[in-house]
Design a protein. Structure first.
Length: 438
């Protein structure tokens, strides 16, 4: 058939749904250009018909996200780990909640519990210490901080005197509360911080990566921003650390699988809710900018100050994009919430990938997030958010695929979770790259 006939057939032959949506969008607005592009590719190569029918977008070609190799490598991880079952180390005894601290750090406590549960129930766990490559310390750091009746001292005396401790080598401790294992916040958690020296060789999984941040600051990469004073004051308190992000448990927030179908059916274009109170480090202007700006021209969105929990639980996962904006620190719970909601995170926090890169040896935040420049956003929130409407279907599908993979890696309660092998991989990587203390 002549190429002009084949070009016409391209426009009418059955195609994948995401490609069909893209072609409809383009053809309705620029039919002649679409026909000319198809004709041109057919003239250039006899293989062009196959290329055009199989490529998600042929106006803005985007490398598709691919995770099979990474999934296979995580599934093939054979590291075994032992979890201490000493009741003093686990602090498994009655306690009373400290209301103010529990209100502030309760989500982090739930996250620690979810992680420990995933580790306790995974087949890579062994009950034989001599077969273990790693040793998990199940001391509930956040729970001890937010309750009365539990003790860091009792837990760590038992741990450090245990015959398996071996000065903390190959040991991993989960500490999701961001004020823990932080040099500048030692005064906030004195009962814990007095143990930092004895735990120096233990690898700490925490919300942020102080070691990577300190190294980046030394290279001059974290100067001239609102958090510079914090970065300048950073000192590692342990030799090994890696970031698991600011998470929370799944008590009333189920996982919503990231798919193109969910994206297309979502009611809201953008979801963002924030508190009216201010934030430290000049962050209030960023957090309030979407609320205080008249955002015209956006599709139906859900943007404003706090709403009821019920409305929040309904609206958050019913959104295509969710804003993740810096606050008292460069990282925020909103990121992992967006991942749980299957909502593409739109991050306004320039240093986030350095400060708190979740499982950085497995995930690249730029794969599953969209980053908007802080200064451009604060100058013109409307213009920056409008960029989301310019994304092609292919670009969106790439993000959604990456987000679906990130869900499996980041969320310990995902039905096909890869959290535990990713956790073990990150811990061993951190152990291979110690940093001097002080």
């Amino acid at each position: 058939l002549p190429n002009f006939v084949l070009a016409a057939l391209i426009l009418i032959l059955p195609k994948p749904s995401y490609l069909l949506d893209e072609m409809k969008r383009l053809y309705c607005s620029r039919p002649l250009e679409v026909f000319v592009v198809a004709f041109f590719f057919l003239e250039v190569s006899d293989r062009s018909l196959r290329f055009l029918l199989s490529t998600p977008s042929w106006i803005a070609l985007v490398p598709p996200f691919s995770s099979p190799t990474t999934i296979a490598s995580l599934k093939n991880i054979s590291l075994r780990y032992y979890i201490y079952n000493n009741s003093n180390i686990t602090q498994d005894k009655p306690s009373r909640v400290a209301p103010l601290l529990a209100r502030r750090y309760g989500r982090d406590v739930e996250y620690e519990e979810a992680i420990l549960h995933a580790l306790q129930t995974h087949p890579l766990r062994t009950d034989e210490p001599d077969k273990a490559d790693l040793f998990i310390v199940p001391s509930p750091i956040g729970k001890i901080l937010t309750t009365h009746g539990l003790s860091y001292e009792e837990a760590f005396i038992s741990l450090t005197s245990h015959p398996l401790f071996n000065n903390g080598n190959k040991h991993v401790l989960i500490s999701a509360v961001h004020v823990t294992f932080s040099y500048s916040k030692k005064h906030v958690v004195r009962p814990l911080s007095r143990w930092y020296g004895r735990l120096a060789n233990v690898t700490v999984a925490t919300g942020q990566d102080h070691i990577a941040s300190q190294r980046a600051y030394a290279r001059g990469e974290l100067t001239g921003n609102d958090y510079e004073s914090e970065f300048k004051a950073m000192r590692p308190v342990v030799h090994h650390m890696f970031s698991i992000g600011l998470g929370e448990g799944s008590t009333d927030f189920p996982i919503h699988e990231a798919t193109m179908e969910k994206f297309l059916k979502s009611k809201y274009f953008i979801f963002y809710r924030t508190r009216t109170s201010g934030s430290l480090f000049n962050s209030t202007r960023f957090r309030h900018a979407p609320v205080n700006t008249s955002l015209s021209g956006l599709p139906l969105s859900n943007i404003g100050f706090d709403i009821s929990r019920e409305e929040w639980l309904e609206s958050f996962p019913s959104s295509k994009f969710c804003l993740v904006i810096r606050g008292d620190s460069p990282h925020t719970h909103a990121l992992i919430r967006s991942v749980r909601a299957g909502c593409i995170p739109v991050v306004i926090s320039d240093v986030y990938p350095i400060y708190a890169p979740i499982f950085k040896s497995t995930l690249n935040m730029h794969d599953y997030c969209i980053f908007l420049d802080e200064e451009k956003f604060i100058r013109d929130p409307q213009a920056e958010l409008n960029k989301l409407q310019l994304l092609s279907t292919a670009e969106i599908k790439t993000k959604v695929d990456a987000l679906a993979f990130a869900q499996r890696v980041i969320l310990p309660d995902h039905p096909e979770s890869l959290f535990v092998p990713a956790f073990l991989k990150e811990a061993t990587k951190a152990m291979e790259d110690p940093v001097p203390i002080g």
